[in-house]
Design a protein around this ligand. Structure first.
Ligand code: ADP
Length: 867
């Protein structure tokens, strides 16, 4: 009866060979039925059986059963009904069952595996007589477990009542002892036996061969031990059909009988398929174990694990896959990533390797296998005492990454299969490294883009070059974890450090303040001079390097900031590590420098434009001021001209009137003195005299106005002149109900003036104020120092609380003969005469007034600047 483990066996072989399902069919009466099955549901099993009952297929199966030759054909069934495309049928050698396998395709190895199962299958069936069926069934089920071969040997020897012996298996051109009892002890298995005439003869004849110590070949046999007294040795080929798979060797105390010969021959034939299956299963299970390890290794790698951690894990994988504590890896990273390596210690921990364990050209092929290092090795093993080694080159078409090696204290510890496995591991690991490199490059590219984006975003709007440099320096340092970033820019004829960033920026912040910092020296200086980028992997080896206090640099990268061919400055990054920057950093900084260069050039242009605009604005203001001054000068000139004309005319009229008036007054006085004048006439004459005198007074004032005489100027105190004038009007003001408020600024600078004329001006202003306040009011008089248009001077203001001057008259009050008081005796000469006097003194007189609020007249007189 098939056991559950048999079904599991079918499952495992299905998995190994890539088959969809497998069924062991036995013929019961006229129909086929399932003896063991894996991979088919009950319904699918029924469909398959019905399908196989078709006459054509029945005939096909019968022919296979009869001929004992395996066969294959396509299944004409829907894939849903029974999975798989083809049927592979393997007949049993001894029994009549058929092993039917459903698969799309089977490799030669896969077919061999199924074939060996079908060949040994009868041992599990009822036809087997010579064995303990239960034991064999158990063996079959566990024949893919380690130790199955030993168990087979034990059973083999037990059935012959023999205590010592071995199974050896053909492996290429030699034999490998894979199991032994009481012989060859102490030697690790598999033990290699080189092919020789003796083995060849046993294998070729298929007959038992007996040796005694007398034979010379006796010495090459793996000897028995543990007190086994062997006097004879019997060797028998293990054959499957006619195909030898190995040799069984038996140690005997007595000379073997013919009967024993036959038993050995029969047993060897029956055991051979089992032994082969067991070995295939052992190899396959070892293969599976390694695949599982490999699988675990790859599943355990998360995306963020770095290459060094990957390398350490790889060593642990090798340790478990090759049962050795002697494994190492050495890598040379691309582009300045440096070289590093790891090796296992005897306790399984990981140590760092300083230099490559093997020379670069040690491997002629991709992989090297040394079975005996003493004699064959072109180089010493990495671990002292290693006898054999397997070294694979970790290489992709683009790059040799390094080497991976496993070593063993045993000779010939590594076979072809190990070679393949290590190659697979190496290929996978290289693809991981390439991926990691690609990922790093992609990340670097993404970082580069995001940095460029950040820099552009944050500096594009800014037109302040210093701010652009500082922001860029900080962003570069932040995005790339550079420890020190500096940006130097040209200012005037020299270069200055403008922006710094990074965790070590304190080393440069002093230099930022220091305008004499030698930017033109060191590596930056060379870049500024040549405009070419410079990457210095180890600054200690570069004579140009300029050390900074408080900063221990390892490597430095500097690129020029250019606008076209003009070098505007440089971006400099430094790291405390040597070899910290890669070619990709150079490219990134260069492209960033391109963008920054144009941003800075643009900002500079803007700044130049700005200062031109500022200069123009200043010129415009100056021009405006000049125009105003010119206008004022013209007005004054016009005023002066008008005054001069009026003066001339007035002088003429005055002279003309003065004489007749003198005559009138003279004669009137004479007539007045006449004693006998009637009173009426006398009073009339008095009126004539009074009016004539009044007329003469007007004429005199006209003459004053027109007087061309030189004024007499002395250094005077303005306060005194004002006080004198007020003394004269004191009485009038008081009677007019006017309160006077004075405020004299002490220690006013002296002015050089004609004090009488100035006094006259002030009197005039006070009189006008009085006229403006017929009902009385307040008069405020104040003196103070005042500079006008940069010229020092003194001023006096006369403010009343009178009727004020309407806006339309403000511009006319200084005109000669402008008066609003014609009816009250006003002639309109007071202010124009005052104006003439003040202008004559180089001073100014102006008025400010609002109707109803009073008026303020201010006289300003320049102080002669001390020479
Ligand atoms: P007059 O006093 O003879 O009219 P002025 O030349 O002194 O001649 O004054 C011209 C005019 O200016 C005056 O008629 C008056 O309208 C105006 N004025 C002068 N000072 C004042 C003042 N303090 N308040 C109001 N109006 C004034």
């Amino acid at each position: 009866m098939p056991t559950r483990s048999l079904n599991l066996l079918l499952r495992d072989i299905c998995r190994l060979t890539g088959a969809d399902w497998a069924a062991w069919l036995s013929l019961e009466g006229p129909t086929w039925s399932f003896w063991a099955v894996y991979g088919l549901t009950k319904a699918q099993q029924r469909t398959l059986l019905t399908y196989l009952q078709q006459p054509q297929l029945r005939r096909w199966l019968e022919s296979i059963s009869a001929s004992g030759k395996r066969s294959t054909r396509r299944i004409a069934l829907n894939k849903k009904e029974v999975p798989a495309v083809r049927l592979f049928v393997f007949p049993e050698t001894v029994g009549s069952r058929l092993l039917v396998v459903g698969a799309s395709a089977l490799t030669a190895e896969g077919r061999r595996l199924w074939q060996s199962l079908s060949e040994g299958g009868y041992l599990l069936g009822e036809e087997t007589e010579s064995f303990d069926r239960n034991a064999l069934s158990e063996l079959w089920a566990s024949s893919y477990l380690p130790g199955a071969l030993d168990r087979l040997l034990e059973l083999f020897l037990a059935s012959l009542e023999c205590s010592a012996g071995w199974f050896s298996i053909l492996a290429g051109e030699s034999l490998e002892v894979r199991a032994c009892r009481h012989c060859g002890e102490g030697q690790p298995l598999p033990l290699r036996l080189e092919m020789n005439a003796l083995w060849r003869r046993i294998l070729d004849t298929g007959q038992p061969l007996v040796l005694s110590p007398a034979w010379p070949e006796w010495s090459i046999l793996p000897q028995p031990c543990c007190g086994v007294k062997a006097r004879f040795w019997l060797g028998q080929a293990l054959l499957i059909g006619k195909r030898p798979i190995g040799i069984v060797g038996l140690w005997l105390e007595e000379e073997p009988s013919r009967q024993l010969y036959r038993r050995v021959q029969k047993l060897a034939r029956e055991y051979a398929p089992l032994i082969e299956s067991s070995i295939i299963f052992a190899d396959v299970s070892e293969h599976l174990r390694r695949l599982a390890l490999l699988n675990d290794f790859f599943l355990g790698l998360s995306s963020d694990i770095d290459a060094k951690a990957m390398a350490r894990r790889l060593l642990w994988l090798l340790r478990r896959a090759f049962y050795t504590e002697r494994a190492w890896i050495f890598l040379q990273w691309r582009e300045g990533g440096g070289t590093w390596g790891y090796g296992l210690r005897p306790d399984g921990s990981v140590m760092e390797i300083e230099s490559a364990p093997i020379p670069e050209n040690a491997l002629k092929e991709r992989i090297g296998r040394w079975s005996s290092l003493d004699t064959e090795s072109a180089h010493p093993p990495f671990y002292a005492g290693s006898q054999s080694a397997l070294v694979v080159r970790l290489a992709s078409p683009q790059h040799v990454w390094g080497f991976l090696g496993v070593e063993s204290e045993r000779e010939s510890a590594f076979g072809v299969y190990d070679e393949h496995f290590l190659s697979v591991i190496a290929a996978y690991f290289v693809s991981l490294l390439e991926n990691r490199q690609l990922q790093q490059e992609t990340e670097a590219r993404a970082r580069k883009l995001s940095l460029i984006h950040d820099v552009v975003e944050q500096t594009l709007g800014s037109l302040d070059v210093r701010q652009v440099a500082q922001t860029a320096a900080e962003l570069i340092a932040k995005n790339f974890s550079y420890e020190l970033t500096g940006i130097a820019l040209s200012e005037g004829d020299d270069f200055k450090l403008i922006g710094v960033g990074g965790s070590a920026c304190h080393a440069l912040s002093q230099a930022l303040q220091d305008t004499s910092f030698p930017v033109r020296e060191g590596i930056v200086g060379r870049v500024l001079e040549t405009g070419e980028s410079l990457l210095v992997n180890d600054v200690k080896l570069d004579p140009h390097y300029l050390p900074l206090p408080g900063w221990d640099a390892g490597s430095e990268l500097c690129v020029a900031l250019k606008d076209g061919e003009t070098v505007l400055g440089a971006i400099d990054v430094e790291s405390s590590r040597t070899h910290a920057f890669t070619q990709s950093d150079v490219l990134m900084l260069e492209s960033l420098a391109g963008i920054l260069g144009s941003v800075i050039a643009r900002a500079r242009q803007y700044q130049d434009l700005r200062s031109t605009v500022d200069e123009l604005e200043l010129a415009r203001l100056e021009l405006q001021q000049r125009m105003v001054a010119q206008q004022a000068a013209e007005t004054r000139l016009f005023q002066a001209a008008k005054l001069a004309a009026v003066g001339e005319m007035a002088a003429g009229i005055a002279h003309e009137l003065n004489n007749p008036l003198t005559t009138v007054i003279g004669f009137t006085e004479l007539a007045f003195e006449s004693p006998n004048l009637p009173d009426e006439v006398r009073s009339d004459l008095a009126v004539v005299l009074q009016e004539a005198k009044r007329a003469r007074s007007v004429v005199r004032r006209l003459l004053d106005f027109a007087r061309q005489t030189e004024s007499v100027r002395t250094r005077c105190d303005l306060n005194e002149i004002v006080a004198d004038a007020l003394m004269l009007t004191h009485h009038l003001l008081r009677t007019g109900g006017i309160t006077v408020h004075t405020r004299y600024t002490e220690s006013l600078p002296w002015v050089s003036v004609d004090s009488n004329q100035i006094k006259q001006v002030i009197l005039n202003l006070v009189h006008n104020a009085m006229h403006a306040m017929p009902e009385g009011g307040d008069l405020f008089i104040e003196t103070f120092a005042q500079a006008r248009r940069g010229h020092p001077g003194v001023a006096v203001s006369v403010r009343d609380t009178g009727v004020g001057i309407p806006q339309e008259n403000l511009g006319r009050v200084f005109e000669p003969f402008f008066t609003t008081r014609a009816d009250k005796g006003g002639v309109g000469l007071g202010l124009s005469v005052s104006y003439g006097i003040i202008v004559d003194h180089g001073g100014e007189i102006d008025v400010f007034s609002q109707v109803g609020q009073g008026a303020t007249f201010t006289i300003w007189l320049p102080v002669e600047s001390e020479v």
